[in-house]
Each structure stands twice: as C-alpha cells, then as structure tokens.
Ligand binder design. Structure first.
Ligand code: NAI
Length: 296
C-alpha cells in the first residue's frame, strides 16, 4: 500500500517540546492540530508558540508573512477524537509511562490511516512499551527532537522490533525532507544515544554541587570555558526541566540498574520543592519573565 505525503500532523502536548514541534511543523507548511488537556493550557501553548515565532521574526530567521502563515496552520483541541485524519502524530506529554501508554491506546483507536506514524518524543521510555499499548505496534516509533526544537537540527529515530519499514521510512522522510532535520538511528534502549551520554553527565554535575565539590557557577563556567560547551550542565538541567531530568534518570535506572543513572537526593528535593528550572522561573538559577537567568 502506498502512503500519501504527510500533510496533516498532530502534536499531543504543548509544553516546551510539543510547542516547539508544532512550530517547526507549521513553519514547514503542514497543517498542525495540537492537543492540550484544557483550554487554559492550550492558550498557554499557543502563546508559547507565538512568542517563539516573534523571536524568529526579530532575529530575521522568518518574515512577518511566514509568521502569520505558520500561526494560521495551527489549531488546538482538547479532544483526541479530532485526530482521526492525522497522518503523523507526535506525542510530547510529561515523561510518564502510564500517561503516555493511555494516550497511545486512545490514539491507536482513533487514527484511521493504517500507515500513520504514531511517534513519541519520549527521552527515555523504551518505545516498545508504548507500542504494546496499541493494537498496531507497527505504527509506533520514537521521534526524539531536541530543545529548542526550532534551533537544534537533530532527530533520533527509534524503531522497535515491531515498527514497519513503511512507517519508519515515512517518519525519516518527514523529519529530513519536510522539517530539514538530520536523522540518526538508535536502538530501542532507554535514553537512546544522546541521553545515554548526557544524563550521567548532568547527574554528576548535580552530585558535585551536592557534595560541595564546586559551586554551580564554577561548574558551568568550567564546562563552557574548558570544554567549549554552549552552556554548563546546571544551566542545561534548568533548560530541560529538573522534573524531566529526574523522570529520564528514573527510566534509565530502571532499564540498566547502573548507579550512574540514579537521581541524586538534591535533584529529588528540588523537584519536590517545585524548583524545576526555567519553565517554572527557578531551578539552579532564577529566571526573569523574559527567560534570562538572573542571580539567585
Ligand atoms: P513540559 O513539562 O514542558 O510539558 C508537559 C506536557 O505534558 C504539557 O503539555 C502538559 O499539559 C502535558 N501533560 C502533563 N500531564 C498530562 C496528562 N496526565 N495527560 C496529558 N497531558 C499531560 O515537558 P517537555 O519538556 O515538553 O517534555 C515533554 C516530553 O518531551 C517528555 O517525554 C520529555 O522527556 C521529552 N523531551 C524533553 C526535552 C526537554 O529538553 N525538555 C527534550 C527532548 C524530549
């Protein structure tokens, strides 16, 4: 069976990642339907995307007209039933296996195209666990984007033992030809390539702060100036979200049982305190409304 070119995309969740994915799809001229749980969250998601499009205009990356057209291609719903005609759906909700599995079960019963790509943007949950929540695991795949999505060019593509080659080729063609992303493939192992390398590094930096080895400022300065990283590990943890880093670490620990993936107590306490990073205004650093770090 031949598959049509993907022109109708669904994005589930309009948090940091869902908003970014919806934005790049709308900028690539596809029709985008975004699911959020409530009207309020949908409104917050829409303004997140519009602010990012505005930044695109002020930095000269897109024109006013492109901004307007992208905004027109975005629609929001709180009913997954509206996703029946989608050819690709990218799920980008909270890093929680139960929540994601329930969404995949429902999505599978709603989306009609037998070759639809049902993708998860999970950072660490093995994709097969989401595949088995459906009756058509051949449609389920991992498409892992990076934050900020409009800026970072990578997508990790993760096929399972059940993903069909049609779905895998369709997902790869969309990421590379339509979105202009670079694709790497990873085995279906928790963390895939990038987080398997990154997360132990972030957790080590948190352990350094916790043990008084060095200050957070000096750890970040050391990696920026000594390793030429664009930002230090604690600023990066704030950008990713401490709650998300904790959930990723938990999934990787569950998969590999290696101490290097276990979340340190400081991370647990900060998540419990709601200090989850830039999206909440405070994490290792404090952030003004404009998202810039300010001194604690
Ligand atoms: P976020 O905290 O910004 O957004 C979470 C989203 O999940 C929101 O849209 C929220 O409404 C939704 N949500 C929460 N509970 C829900 C529920 N019970 N049912 C339905 N929706 C629910 O999180 P973020 O950072 O956008 O992460 C989303 C996914 O993307 C996660 O799987 C994460 O691992 C992955 N990811 C995150 C990256 C990052 O740098 N933050 C990078 C790459 C992937």
């Amino acid at each position: 069976m031949t598959s049509e070119k993907i022109q109708r995309v669904g994005v589930i969740g309009a948090g940091i990642m869902g908003a970014g994915i919806a934005e790049v799809c709308a900028r690539a001229h596809v029709d985008v339907l975004v699911f959020e749980q409530t009207r309020e969250l949908a409104a917050a998601g829409r303004s997140r995307i519009l602010r990012s499009l505005d930044r695109g205009v002020s930095s000269g990356k897109i024109t006013e007209r492109e901004r307007e057209q992208a905004a027109w291609r975005l629609r929001f719903t709180s009913d997954l039933g509206d996703f029946a005609d989608r050819q690709l759906v990218v799920e980008a909700v909270v890093e929680d296996e139960k929540v994601k599995s329930e969404i995949f079960t429902e999505l599978d019963s709603v989306v009609t195209d037998p070759n639809a790509v049902l993708a998860s943007n999970t950072s660490s949950i093995p994709i097969m666990k989401l595949g088995i929540a459906t009756k058509s695991p051949e449609r389920v795949i991992g498409m892992h984007f990076f934050n900020p999505v409009p800026v970072l060019p990578l997508v990790e593509l993760v096929t399972t033992l059940k993903t069909s080659s049609t779905v895998s080729q369709r997902a790869e063609a969309f990421a590379s030809d339509v979105l202009g992303k670079q694709v790497v493939r990873s085995a279906d192992r928790s963390g895939f390539v990038v987080n398997a390398l990154l997360v132990p590094y972030l957790l080590s930096a948190i352990r350094m702060v916790e043990s008084g080895f060095a200050t957070k400022e000096d750890i970040d300065k050391a990696t920026v100036l000594g390793l030429a990283h664009p930002m230090g590990p604690l600023a990066l943890t704030d950008l990713v979200g401490l709650d998300t880093v904790k959930s990723i670490a938990d999934s990787m620990y569950e998969e590999f049982k290696e101490p290097l993936y276990s979340a340190p107590p400081l991370l647990l306490r900060m998540v419990e305190a709601g200090l989850v990073g830039k999206k909440a205004g405070a994490g290792f650093y404090e952030y003004a409304e404009n998202g810039r770090a300010s001194k604690k």
